[in-house]
Design a protein around this ligand. Structure first.
Ligand SMILES: CC(C)(COP(=O)(O)OP(=O)(O)OC[C@H]1O[C@@H](n2cnc3c(N)ncnc32)[C@H](O)[C@@H]1OP(=O)(O)O)[C@@H](O)C(=O)NCCC(=O)NCCS
Length: 90
């Protein structure tokens, strides 16, 4: 499963998204029985990377100059993943 998230600017920095992501990972593994969940973020979006890191997601690769057709922009990206067995021991 791929994940993505967005929270309103007035609510940033209160730990809401790690809590929501933790609950989402629990749903993905306990209810949907998925093997793994992955997500990506722009390299410069360190706060999004922090959210995934707080929830145990590990970097698997970085990609340069990816094209996003809907917004007609190029970005470098980081991709992170957590597997079901790793979630169990975290
Ligand atoms: C990324 C996002 C979901 C983080 O959610 P959150 O609930 O603020 O997460 P946290 O409270 O755990 O903060 C995460 C990190 O963001 C940083 N941060 C917090 N408030 C910030 C602010 N006002 N400005 C910049 N960075 C901030 C901190 O470094 C924090 O890490 P720390 O706890 O180790 O200090 C939120 O910033 C957001 O919705 N951004 C816009 C959409 C987006 O970027 N989505 C992800 C696309 S891949």
């Amino acid at each position: 499963m791929e994940l993505g998230y967005w929270i309103g600017r007035p609510f940033w920095g209160r730990g809401y998204m790690p809590e929501a992501l933790d609950a989402t990972l629990g749903y993905a593994f306990d209810t949907l029985h998925k093997d793994a969940v992955w997500g990506g973020h722009y390299v410069e979006n360190s706060q999004s990377g922090r959210v995934m890191t707080k929830c145990g997601m590990k970097t698997v690769f970085e990609s340069k100059h990816d094209y996003f057709g809907l917004i007609n922009e190029y970005h470098d990206d980081v991709f992170r993943i957590i597997t079901e067995d790793r979630w169990r021991v975290a």
